[in-house]
Design a protein around this ligand. Structure first.
Ligand SMILES: Nc1ncnc2c1ncn2[C@@H]1O[C@H](COP(=O)(O)OP(=O)(O)O)[C@@H](O)[C@H]1O
Ligand SMILES: [Mg+2]
Length: 262
């Protein structure tokens, strides 16, 4: 295997009495979809937050391209090509899809108008149309407030917004949780397209058939630690569930598994 693009080694994070991460390891390789799975409270969201600069770990290391890194904020991670699609979509409901794509990164007009803070709406809209087309996101009226879009379309806008700026990794925390079957399929197609553009995707999902259909690899978190990792093509629903629930505890670890945080 090549070197991981982004890696967590022995991450620890406590909230009061709760140890959300207890020496968690995790790796994402270039050009892959890796699923991060685990029971409720396993530490998935906390792990993602540390890897995108939203939470500072109490211990352990984050490595980017093999070099120890620390992110002071999500902006730091974004500057290095690492983006996140949050569970709560965090879109501006009354703005249209193009405006949402550029939310917080608005493009200004040239010259004096730009100096005065005038937005280049046309350039943003053109780039947004391009970005949605490239990702196969179909919106109908691109000028409509996102509040009027379907759940699947809104999720696609949220994903497109992250992907449009991500050059290396996109983290998606339960992107399909609130969607119906058809919309879910579209979002999964979008995940594959992102990967095919060379951007790695870290997918958190509770839906194991979905994980097995879209991921190249799966890493399993339990009680704040990675307890197993699998090639998606070489594992099964039963094996994943066993790893998530600890039913494998006591069984000899497969060569990819780790009994400790070393
Ligand atoms: N901001 C927080 N304050 C207190 N406890 C938290 C916080 N975030 C997460 N936790 C706790 O840490 C543990 C792991 O949570 P989380 O990372 O959200 O797990 P998951 O995403 O796998 O469900 C849980 O016990 C959760 O209650
Ligand atoms: Mg979570």
């Amino acid at each position: 295997m090549p070197e991981p693009l982004l890696e967590a080694r022995g991450l620890v994070k406590t909230y009061g009495q709760v140890e959300a991460l207890s020496g968690a390891n995790f790796a994402v390789y270039p050009g892959e979809v890796v699923a991060l799975v685990g029971d409720n409270g396993a530490g998935k969201s906390t792990l993602v937050k540390t890897l995108v600069g939203a939470v500072t770990p109490d211990g352990g290391q984050i490595l980017l391209d093999g070099r120890p890194t620390s992110f002071g904020s999500p902006r730091d991670a974004q500057a290095l090509g690492i983006e996140t699609v949050y569970q709560d979509l965090a879109l501006a409901a009354d703005l249209d899809a193009a405006a949402n794509l550029f939310l917080g990164r608005e493009q200004l007009r040239g010259g004096l108008l730009g100096a005065l803070g005038v937005l280049d709406k046309r350039a943003m809209r053109d780039r947004a149309v391009e970005a949605f087309a490239e990702l196969g996101v179909q919106l109908g009226d691109i000028g409509a407030p996102v509040a009027t879009l379907s759940g699947g379309q809104r999720q696609s806008v949220a994903i497109a917004r992250s992907v449009a700026w991500a050059s290396r990794v996109v983290f998606m925390d339960e992107p399909t949780a609130a969607l119906g079957v058809v919309q879910r399929g579209r979002v999964l197609d979008l995940v594959r397209r992102v990967r095919d553009r060379g951007v790695s995707v870290v997918l958190i999902s509770h839906n194991m058939p979905e994980v097995l259909s879209v991921a190249d690899r799966v890493e399993v978190l339990r009680l704040g630690r990675r307890v197993a990792r699998f090639e998606a093509a070489e594992t099964s629903l039963e094996e994943l569930v066993a790893a998530m629930t600890g039913a494998m505890d006591g069984a000899p670890p497969n060569e990819e598994n780790e009994g400790d945080a070393a």
